[in-house]
Each structure stands twice: as structure tokens, then as C-alpha cells.
Design a protein around this ligand. Structure first.
Ligand code: UD1
Length: 363
């Protein structure tokens, strides 16, 4: 079976690494890795290949940045040629980024079956580009691998037939377990003059938070109050630094003397920082899941989540972008009121093996 595995943006890499690993060494599988080039900076892409042991991509499509239509279209044009040349039996896509959607559409139109890993997650918020990517990718997929049981229910409600849906667990957590010990020995927090458990780690890049000047300004005000109580470490996404410059908000950051800025970090350094943080502040999808496994309180700056198990069973709370709610949630945690999470079903480090077994046994 010839399989094309696709990565495009940063959050795809940690999901793909265990799948590539599980496929390697299986004689009946010939795998190719395609990188669309949606993310291209060393710190958004190559560092993850290096640290996660991903092989060099067989094909690099070099699509780069652009509007949604431009980026998606560029991936489609380049990927169509890859499919015509390589003639795979199946393509496998992960997550919900523009590359996921673009490759799924292209393959489906050439009658090549699509496997989608992390299927069925729904925020029910179609202003999120990722939600549109999820819905369309799932509608076109032949194998829908889910991370939590709510995802199965969402797919069933959308009329997707039961035999295509497989609850396998979470490949991103496979990667976390594999690298936890190594990451935890790095002492990354000390490089920033921070102490274990006594800092907040922040990521922020969702368009709904950073593309609107008023909302972004309000969030920065909240962070400015929080850093008076606990230092904040902020590895800044390129989208966010562009917006802070554009909206003239740089002074708010400069005035917050207890907020430490860095460039986007490698997987191991970031995992180390998450494990040892007192509080996680984020609007990322994956980080809500990782902090649930690590038992670190997570304050999510969004009104909804496509990952409800992290609220129901994990350490996650949703606070939206209202500055008062953000500060109040942090104060609660600092006062010792923390959610004690449990580990969600099948988040056990073996999701990739299950996926490969299913692919081999059903073809
Ligand atoms: C994308 C994904 C999002 C994911 C996020 C993680 C979509 C719709 N969104 O959002 O789901 O959570 O990645 O990072 O696919 N840029 C660089 N260097 C890079 C990559 C991007 O400077 O290596 C800049 C681009 O110029 C662009 C901005 O960052 O202006 C945003 O990049 P883009 O890929 O459009 O979306 P993300 O916000 O990264």
C-alpha cells in the first residue's frame, strides 16, 4: 500500500511523527512524506523535524503564506501533481489547517481515499477557519480517526456512516509521552530566570484574538495585570507579532516588565516549559490537550472549544477574551483553586499503532 502522509503547519508535525514511526518497518507499506510549506520558518517547521525524528520530506511544495484562498489553492495545484505522479492508494492528513483541507479535496477529486486523523472535533463556530477545514475534510474522508467520543457523536450527527469512524485516541499525546522525560531534563525555565511552577506560559495566535485591535489590546491589558502577580513567558507566534506592530501595541508589551518574550520555541523546550509552568494561558487547540495530560491548569482564551473532554475531564477552563474574566481565572488558580484532571480514554501513547493496524486490516 502506497500512502502519502501530509504535513503543512507546526501543529501537524507532532501528530504525524508517531504515525510515520508506526508505518516504518511495515513491509506492505510504502510511505511518502509531503510537506506543503504552509509554515516555513526554521522555528515554525524544521526544528520540529529535527527534534521529533521526522524524516526529511520526500516532497516539499513550498506554498508559503497568503490569503486563505491563495494558500489553499497553491497547495491544491501542487498536490494534484504529486498525486498524479505518485499514484498513492491512500493519503493521510492530520488536524485542521489549510493544508489538511486542500490535500483532502485534491485527493477526493482524484478518487484517492483520505484518512483524517483528529476527525470530528467541532467548535460549532464557523468564524474559525479551522472549523470549516474540519467539516469539509471529514465530509470527504473514508477513514475518520477520532481522539474523543464527542467527536464520534458529531460525525454521526453529520450523517457519516458508522463503519468509517474509529475512536483511536490521541497521536499528539503519543508524541508527548515519548519525549516527556527528555524534555523535562532541559531546565528551560531557568534560561529565562524563572522558577519551577512559578510562572505562567502564554501562547496567543487565533485570528479571533489577534486580528482585532480592540480585542488584542484588551488581552494585553489583562496580561499586564497578571504579570504583576506572576511572571509570564510568551513565545510569540509570527502572526501575533505582526499584529502587535501593525496596531501600535508594542508599548503595552514593553511596559510589562515581568513579561518575557521569546521567538516560537522547539517542541522539547516548549514541552519542558509547559510541564513546569504554574499556569498555562492559551488559545491553541493542542495545548488544551497537552496540559490535561500534564496536570497543569489551562486557561483558554476562547469562548468555545472543539475539545470538550479537556473541560469535562481535564484541567481546562474557557474564559474568552474578556480581560476581567481572564484575570479572575488566573487569580483563582493562584489562590489554589485548580481543577484536578483525569486522563481521557485511550490517551495512552498507542494511538498511532491503532491507526496503522486499522488501515492495514481494512484494505
Ligand atoms: C495556522 C493554522 C492554525 C494553527 C496554526 C499554528 C490554518 C487556517 N491555521 O495558523 O490552525 O493553529 O497554524 O501555528 O491553517 N508566518 C511566518 N512564518 C511561518 C508561517 C507563518 O512568518 O513559518 C506568518 C505568515 O506570514 C502569516 C502568519 O504567520 O501572516 C500566519 O500564518 P498562517 O499559516 O496563515 O496561519 P497561522 O496563523 O499560523
Amino acid at each position: 500500500m502506497r500512502i502519502i502522509n501530509v504535513v503543512g503547519a507546526r501543529p501537524n508535525m507532532m501528530k504525524m511523527a508517531p504515525i510515520v514511526d508506526a508505518m516504518s518497518g511495515i513491509e506492505s507499506v510504502e510511505q511518502r512524506l509531503v510537506h506543503t510549506g504552509q509554515h516555513y520558518d526554521h522555528k515554525m517547521s524544521q526544528v520540529f523535524f529535527d527534534q521529533l525524528g521526522l524524516p526529511r520530506p520526500d516532497l516539499y511544495l513550498d506554498v508559503g503564506s497568503g490569503s486563505h484562498a491563495e494558500q489553499t489553492a497553491r497547495v491544491m495545484v501542487a498536490f494534484e501533481q504529486v498525486l498524479l505522479d505518485q499514484k498513492p492508494d491512500l493519503i493521510l492528513v492530520v488536524g485542521d489547517v489549510n493544508s489538511t483541507l486542500a490535500c483532502a479535496i485534491t485527493a477526493a477529486k482524484l478518487w484517492i481515499p483520505v484518512a483524517h486523523v483528529e476527525a470530528g472535533l467541532r467548535s460549532f463556530d464557523r468564524t474559525m477557519p479551522e472549523e470549516i477545514n474540519r467539516i469539509v475534510t471529514d465530509a470527504l474522508s473514508s477513514y475518520l480517526f477520532t481522539t474523543e467520543i464527542d467527536a464520534n457523536h458529531n460525525l454521526q450527527k453529520e450523517g457519516i456512516s458508522e463503519e468509517k469512524i474509529f475512536f483511536v485516541g490521541n497521536v499528539m499525546i503519543d508524541t508527548l509521552y515519548k519525549h516527556k522525560t527528555k524534555a523535562g531534563s532541559l531546565g528551560t525555565y531557568s534560561h529565562y530566570g524563572l522558577s519551577q511552577g512559578e510562572y505562567a506560559l502564554l501562547t496567543l495566535h487565533r485570528p479571533s484574538n489577534v486580528d482585532d485591535a480592540l480585542i488584542l489590546s484588551g488581552i494585553l491589558d489583562a496580561l499586564s495585570l497578571i504579570q504583576e502577580q506572576i511572571p509570564i513567558l510568551f513565545p510569540m507566534h509570527p502572526r501575533t507579532s505582526q499584529r502587535i506592530d501593525e496596531f501600535g501595541l508594542t508599548k503595552k508589551i514593553k511596559d510589562a516588565s515581568n513579561m518575557h518574550l521569546t521567538e516560537p520555541l522547539g517542541y522539547l523546550e516548549f514541552l519542558d516549559l509547559m510541564m513546569n509552568a504554574g499556569i498555562m494561558l492559551t488559545d491553541s487547540g493542542g495545548i488544551q490537550e497537552e496540559t490535561t495530560i500534564l496536570g497543569v491548569p489551562c486557561v483558554t482564551l476562547r469562548d468555545n472549544t472543539e475539545r470538550p473532554v479537556t473541560i469535562r475531564q481535564g484541567t481546562n477552563v474557557l474564559v474568552g477574551s474578556d480581560p476581567l474574566r481572564i484575570v479572575a481565572a488566573v487569580e483563582q488558580i493562584l489562590a489554589g483553586e485548580k481543577k484536578q484532571g483525569v486522563i481521557p480514554e485511550l490517551w495512552d501513547g498507542r494511538a498511532a499503532d491503532r491507526i496503522v493496524k486499522i488501515l492495514l486490516s481494512t484494505r
